[in-house]
Design a protein around this ligand. Structure first.
Ligand SMILES: C[S@@+](CC[C@H](N)C(=O)[O-])C[C@H]1O[C@@H](n2cnc3c(N)ncnc32)[C@H](O)[C@@H]1O
Length: 277
């Protein structure tokens, strides 16, 4: 996916002419879980009386089309904001993308649905995260969705920066295809050090790819735990495609046991779907 040229990844939406991301059908499951989490956490949001936010640092254009179909769906920021709008809207929505066209398309689509208050950013997530947290209330309830194509775009610093707010839940997408294919190259290039600082003391670089991958993801979960979060690995969901090929993990990180419980209810973490920790 990320290696495709930009023109192969997007096409104009026939309704508004804005870019629309071409995606696999599995994206529907990812958005379903995101929306369910937004829905199930509504009572917690209500207690914060508007002092809440949704943060989407890899927002995409705000609309997607399932490959080889005519099926369209809202992108992550629009989907989460629409879901919250039904009962307890977010006090603010922060969204950004490295690609300015994507950010602008997402902005237009949120504006059309009258979703807000909105704050938009163009640039790498690591910079956007710092700008976003600088304006967030310390006493608020925040929820960030991290949905990069690959781990190169998600240095651990992004998570550390967001975690500086005490009530910051994180829903993180890790592409298993990216990690499986590229783990050895990431080890050599230094990408892994940005993603999971200190990995060398915990993962054998000579281990077979699948074992190195389990070690790495386990270690990364431990780094998140080190920021005061509940154990991410117990709720780490491995989502597979229709040919049972592993596609991605979704990890929910919350410092509140209730967040972890909610995630258990909306995800499908069966023994088969878990990493063998
Ligand atoms: C998987 S897509 C996001 C899809 C979107 N979250 C959704 O579900 O509708 C990943 C996005 O990350 C953006 N991106 C790539 N590298 C980035 C970086 N370092 N910082 C922020 N955004 C980045 C890409 O332009 C792309 O729009």
């Amino acid at each position: 996916m990320p290696t495709k040229r930009k023109e192969d990844r997007y096409e104009p939406d026939p309704v508004d002419g804005l870019p629309c991301e071409l995606v696999g059908s599995w994206v529907k499951d990812k958005h379903t879980r995101l929306r369910h989490y937004v829905d199930i956490s509504r009572a917690a949001r209500r207690k914060f009386d508007g002092n809440t936010s949704f943060i989407d640092l890899y927002c995409g254009p705000g609309r997607a089309k399932i490959n080889d179909t005519t099926e369209y769906l809202p992108g992550s920021t629009v989907a989460a904001a629409l879901e919250a709008q039904r009962n307890t809207p977010f006090g603010s929505i922060h969204f950004g993308d490295l690609d300015a066209d994507n950010m602008q398309a997402c902005e237009s689509r949120l504006a059309r649905e009258n979703l807000g208050p909105r704050h938009s950013y163009t640039g790498p997530a690591v910079e956007t995260a710092a700008k976003v947290v600088a304006g967030l209330s310390k006493s608020g309830l925040h929820f960030a969705f991290l949905d990069p194509y690959n781990i190169k775009s998600m240095p651990f610093e992004v998570i550390q920066t967001l975690a500086s707010k005490p009530r910051m839940d994180l829903l993180i997408h890790l592409s298993s295809m990216d990690l499986t294919r590229n783990i050895k190259q990431y080890m050599r290039s230094g990408t892994l050090e940005n993603f999971a600082p200190g990995w060398r003391s915990h993962v054998d670089p000579h281990a077979r790819n699948n074992l190195a991958l389990i070690g790495l993801v386990n270690y990364w979960c431990g780094l998140i735990r080190g920021l005061g979060y509940e154990d991410v690995s117990t709720g780490l969901e491995l989502v597979s495609g229709n040919r049972r090929q592993p596609l991605y993990w979704l990890a929910l990180a919350s410092r509140n046991p209730l967040g972890t419980r909610f995630w258990g209810e909306v995800s499908n973490v069966t023994p088969q779907n878990r990493l063998p920790f």
